[in-house]
Design a protein around this ligand. Sequence first.
Ligand code: 5MM
Length: 343
Amino acid sequence: MHAQRLVDTAKALVAGDKGLLAMDESTPTCNRRFAGLGIAQTAEVRRAYRDMIVTTPRLGECISGAILYDETIRQLTFADTPFAQALEAAGIVPGIKVDAGAKELAGHCGELVTEGLDGLRERLIEYAAMGARFAKWRAVITIGDGLPSRGCIEANAHALARYAALCQEAGLVPIVEPEVLMDGDHPLGRCGAVTEEVLHTVFDQLHTQEVMLEGMLLKPNMILPGADCADQSNVDDVADATLGCFLRAVPAAVAGIAFLSGGQSSALASTRLSAMNLRFKSRMPWPLAFSFARAIQQPALEIWHGQAANVPAAQQALFHRAECNRAARRGEYDSAADAPRQT
Ligand code: 5MM
């Protein structure tokens, strides 16, 4: 195994105050976001959007790594450079989403299991040859009446662990993403209990599959009340619930934690990350970073709107959100100062 290389890459991805940019929306997800804004949904327009992102001036000052989608890693930027190489040139480590998406779990109505293990060993070798140095796999856990089931949690945890072991065999750092969705009206405590059970199960499976924790990153949800819950907890309650859960369930050997944003507004995601870093700085055994998609990209996407003339303004918005999250890693994000630009 490539132990030292894995440890070095994992550390580099969460070093200092930088974080990751998830730009790995699958074609259906990217098209859905484009459709919502009336942007044409073609491979060429998706390429233009991703070109806007990776050519953002000084992005590498805030972003350590970027997660690409299969379509993008095979495309060239407008400067005729493969996207992975363009990222390396910008000082950003290229990564790749390797799951094949969440599908209905047989026998478990309303629950999903992420697929993509078939042929993964060969795909990882191909992605590594294209320049990817880390990978990502997302499992989706739904909270509902009687959900999640043990069957769903165990199936997803097993797949995450087998994916992670294959990544390390190929020399790619696995990002393990078990996302407990915000959908629903459940209270904060329910999200906390479910997330803790999921994390215990995931780390049990990672141990069983002999995954080296020092050479992987965890990409979890924050502990939040459901989006439809009447009691939307304050920032400190979210920070305390989230870090309390992680301190109980995430081994200290894990190289780092990088949150997903999960549909929170850009400002709220930064505010909560900042509060966690401020309140728990001296008590955390791992760096606490970000791996946001919507919470970094959304304002830029809305400005860009598919128009080349909007690229400079969109890049400014993208860089601004990246900088905000860099400040949040230091516990220094000021949402009041950011207010005029919030979306
Ligand atoms: C949860 O989604 C991940 C983080 O994004 P947010 O910060 O917006 O929550 C993200 O990496 C996600 O996995 C990609 O957007 C790809 O999603 P799909 O559903 O297209 O595979």
